[in-house]
Design a protein around this ligand. Structure first.
Ligand SMILES: NC(=O)c1ccc[n+]([C@@H]2O[C@H](COP(=O)([O-])OP(=O)(O)OC[C@H]3O[C@@H](n4cnc5c(N)ncnc54)[C@H](O)[C@@H]3O)[C@@H](O)[C@H]2O)c1
Length: 358
């Protein structure tokens, strides 16, 4: 058996339909008295429900979370937390809202309780990102890992079907790259395969009926597992490409992951056959020796469930592909197959056109 290092991440998870009702006990378990509730402007109603549940322990609501955590928003939220005497933050929403909580925690050490409503998985990672002067800086610090997480599938019933599918494939991307990460280990492999399978099974059911709480539960369970993978082991080419496309070309987060993943997997297929077999198996493809099956299974999952499959359809301009390739080759993440400029450019072209990987 291969030797490995496994680094556990300390967090308490409460999972289940209606789990939000356990918020007061979860806050109490953290030893917190005054929580600042964070949300996006669109999720204000959910934040108000949270504040109501918290009663005396609600310090106030900050409802200006936005994508990529601009430093100005983070500073403003930190100041509001200070003025209100908050001793913890409750982030209800997707990765953007959790990200704002992390930015507050990074500076102030305030503990976070996260209530995720997408499948992005940020609540399970010690990774933060803050955007200053148009540049997103990321880092890792255990201080930003939410201490407590409540997963309540009922809160995801309102997640639009399109975003549910792309957010689910965003989660699959974390697990897929975890399976061939240089820091991979057998425990993470188990979580990754189970996470991909749970999401793969859930997405068609959510598309058929967005109000299917059981399917929502499976997707959120898968997202949890995939989030642990993201928080535990280093990511590779796929995440590098998505950070490039999101950071330098402002492409939408979950959609970009959805379009790029099949092509990143195709690029790595021959160099990581075991990981590919596990991904394909998790998505219900036969355990065949053809390592290209994983890439095709992800592409088919996206397409069959109405997600975008081409970069040109989500705002990427053809004339920017050369530049994207150049940036993606800088500060490379460890990857099973070395990054070759011509092959990466071809990958980007295929992703731009939305071609099904061969
Ligand atoms: N640090 C990490 O480990 C990590 C991991 C994953 C993602 N991220 C970051 O998170 C961001 C993306 O997060 P995201 O994809 O979750 O999107 P998001 O948080 O930006 O949410 C997208 C939109 O969906 C809305 N929304 C969320 N849940 C909803 C629900 N249940 N019902 C209705 N509307 C809902 C939000 O209010 C928002 O308007 C990116 O900035 C990404 O870099 C960070």
């Amino acid at each position: 058996m291969r030797p490995f290092v496994y680094q556990g991440l300390p967090s308490r998870v409460v999972f289940g339909a209606g789990a939000l009702a356990q918020l007061p006990q979860a806050i109490q378990a953290m030893g917190a008295q005054r929580a600042l509730v964070l949300c996006t402007p669109e999720q204000r109603a959910s934040a108000e429900r949270v504040a109501q549940l918290l009663g005396d322990r609600a310090a106030g609501i900050f409802d200006r979370a936005v994508m990529h955590v601009p430093i100005e928003t983070a500073r403003e939220a930190r100041e509001v937390a200070r003025q209100l005497g908050a001793d913890c933050a409750v982030a209800i929403g997707g990765g953007s809202t959790t990200g704002l909580g992390k930015a507050i925690a990074l500076d102030s050490g305030l503990p976070i309780l996260a209530i995720p409503t997408t499948y992005a998985g940020s609540e399970m990672t010690p990774i933060y990102g803050i955007t200053e002067a148009g540049l997103k800086k990321t880092g890792k610090d255990l201080k930003v890992l939410p201490q407590s997480v409540i997963y309540d599938p009922e809160l995801t019933l309102t997640l639009p079907v399109g975003l549910s599918v792309t957010s689910g494939i965003n989660a699959i991307a974390h697990a897929a790259e975890g399976l061939y990460s240089v820091e991979g280990n057998p425990v993470i492999d188990l979580m990754a395969e189970e996470g991909i399978a749970a999401i793969g099974r859930a997405l068609p059911r959510i598309v058929a009926n967005a109000q299917d709480v059981d399917a929502r539960g499976d997707a959120l369970y898968g997202a949890w597992l995939c989030g642990i993978v993201l928080g535990s082991v280093g990511m590779a080419l796929h995440h590098k490409l998505c950070h490039t496309l999101g950071g330098s070309f402002n492409l939408p987060h979950a959609e970009t992951h959805t379009v790029v993943l099949p092509h990143a997997l195709a690029y790595n297929a021959a160099a990581a056959p075991q990981a590919m077999r596990r991904i394909a198996r998790a998505l219900g493809r036969s355990d065949s020796p053809d390592s290209g099956q994983a890439a095709q299974a992800v592409f088919d999952l996206a397409k069959a469930n109405g997600a975008p499959v081409a970069l040109r359809d989500i705002g990427m301009k053809a004339e920017d592909l050369d530049k994207a390739c150049e940036i993606a080759l800088q500060n490379q993440y460890p990857n099973p197959r070395p990054l070759e400029a011509r092959a990466i450019r071809a990958l980007l072209q295929a992703a731009w056109e939305g071609a099904r990987p061969a």
